[in-house]
Design a protein around this ligand. Structure first.
Ligand SMILES: NC(=O)c1ccc[n+]([C@@H]2O[C@H](COP(=O)([O-])OP(=O)(O)OC[C@H]3O[C@@H](n4cnc5c(N)ncnc54)[C@H](O)[C@@H]3O)[C@@H](O)[C@H]2O)c1
Length: 428
């Protein structure tokens, strides 16, 4: 079977490797020439993604996997085409389809009659049928459902554990018609060793991913609301949540300085912008949760000020640019909100992250510290990377307070250095 994966990013490349390991002849299509050349030279561009370094070179040598920047070369022989090019939000908080549209328009003219096209990128409901399907029809002259099969299957994995997640979570599949659903399900049954769950149609499958992600955002907003209430009362919200979660119907997540990454803080907005015809969507809880979570950076800085004194003229170091520990992914990271709240309080904010070079931090519009450790007034734990495990708070001259926004520290470790410990939902 010839399979083409469109978009060889943090998810697309491991996916291509998985299909190749299962015996498909896989072509990966990407517009990033350097990435394509590196892969063809048997170099793994994702060294922290488990399982790739061991498998990728052998799959290139055996001819099961290759990468290309040529859409004709990628698509003309493909039996199955998997689209995994991101859709983000723009400044107006509306879905930005530019990358996905460009990929579909490039592949479309070379679509083979009888091919199966699978969208895995998280998208607003209706995108597969009404946007991708329509563009493929215009570019190829083939009618979706007649000239080619078309289905949506949400990608539910997390970067840093893609291959193991692929072997763990049921694969949800919904097509634009029954045959598309059946063909998509058969493909995934051959390529993955997990249960394949078929749903009513492509829109239901698309919506299921928005349910999963919006649930988490709203849940975190609730945890943040609990944390703020508990902070006001001097109660330990983390202990209270842990205690509540010992009952099987309570699944409250953890409070924190905001919600980062390119999934959870983005997809609630997709609910409001369906691509399917229908009445306007009225949502209140999801936008409210977004506002609560986005405000947590200001709240965190206000907590820090309450413990450390006014931050006007102070130097504060945010530990972690990455949106979460151990992953070099910075999109919508809470580090940005914290830096802007610190600037609003008149502080000089530096961002330190062992996963990024100083140049990479500057390329994000942020400033790395001139040295590390360094004299400073406060530290904020935003992403507690493994490399921080031995961090000595006593090595930061003048340190007044540490805001542990991830509940990652032992408060006594901080206090031994003479600095105050501040948590979110955790009494100092
Ligand atoms: N990263 C995650 O943890 C995660 C988790 C679950 C689902 N997803 C889904 O996977 C999608 C992709 O995420 P990712 O982390 O792999 O993104 P990424 O940014 O790492 O990779 C995207 C790739 O697409 C390529 N690309 C951009 N425009 C293209 C075009 N016109 N034609 C071909 N290739 C093009 C880029 O060069 C890049 O290599 C997300 O939008 C999301 O829907 C991601």
């Amino acid at each position: 079977m010839n399979v083409t994966v469109v978009g060889l990013g943090k998810i697309g490349l491991p996916l291509a490797v998985q299909f190749a390991r299962k015996g498909a002849v896989v072509a990966g299509y990407d517009i990033d020439r350097a990435l394509v050349e590196a892969i063809n030279a048997r170099h793994n561009p994702l060294p922290s993604e488990p399982g790739l370094t061991e498998t990728l070179p052998g799959l290139i040598v055996s001819g099961h996997l290759r990468a290309t920047t040529d859409p004709r070369d990628a698509a003309a022989r493909a039996d199955v085409i998997v689209l995994i090019v991101p859709v983000d939000i723009d400044a107006a908080l509306e879905p930005d389809f530019a990358l996905l549209d460009a990929a579909v328009d490039a592949i479309g003219p070379h679509l083979r009659r009888g091919a199966l096209v699978l969208v895995e990128t998280t998208v607003p409901a209706g995108t597969t049928r009404y946007r991708v399907g329509a563009r493929l029809r215009d570019a190829s002259g083939l009618v979706p459902g007649e000239g080619f099969a078309l289905a949506f299957s949400p990608e539910r994995v997390s970067s840093g554990r893609v291959l193991s997640d692929l072997a763990d979570y049921p694969k949800i599949v919904g097509g634009i018609d029954e045959l598309s659903t059946a063909r998509a399900a058969a493909f995934y049954r051959e390529m993955l060793d997990v249960e394949v769950m078929t749903v009513r149609d492509a829109e239901t499958a698309e919506f299921s991913k928005l349910v999963e992600t919006t649930y988490r955002d709203v849940n975190i907003a609730l945890a943040n609301e609990f944390a703020r209430a508990a902070d006001a009362l001097g109660i330990d919200a983390l202990q209270a949540i842990e205690a509540a979660n010992s009952q099987p119907y309570s699944h409250v997540h953890a409070p924190g300085p905001g919600v980062g990454g390119h999934c959870i803080p983005v997809y609630p907005y997709f609910l409001l912008h369906p691509q399917a015809p229908g009445a306007p969507v009225a949502a209140e809880l999801a936008p409210a949760a977004r506002r609560i979570n986005d405000d947590m950076a200001h709240y965190a800085v206000a907590r820090l000020e309450a413990a450390a004194g006014a931050l006007e003229g102070a130097t504060v170091v945010v530990l972690g640019l990455a949106y979460r520990a151990g992953v070099k992914e910075s999109r919508h990271s809470s580090a940005f909100g914290l830096v802007s709240a610190l600037a609003g309080a008149g502080a000089t904010a530096y961002v330190h992250d062992p996963l990024y070079t100083d140049g990479e931090i500057r390329a994000h519009g942020l400033e790395p510290p001139p040295s590390f450790p360094l004299p400073c007034d406060a530290l904020i734990v935003q992403a507690w990377h493994a490399a921080y495990a031995d961090l000595d708070f006593g090595a930061f001259p003048g340190l007044r307070a540490v805001l542990d926004a991830r509940a990652a520290l032992d408060p006594d470790d901080v206090r031994r250095s003479g600095a105050a410990y501040v948590g979110i939902g955790r009494p100092g």
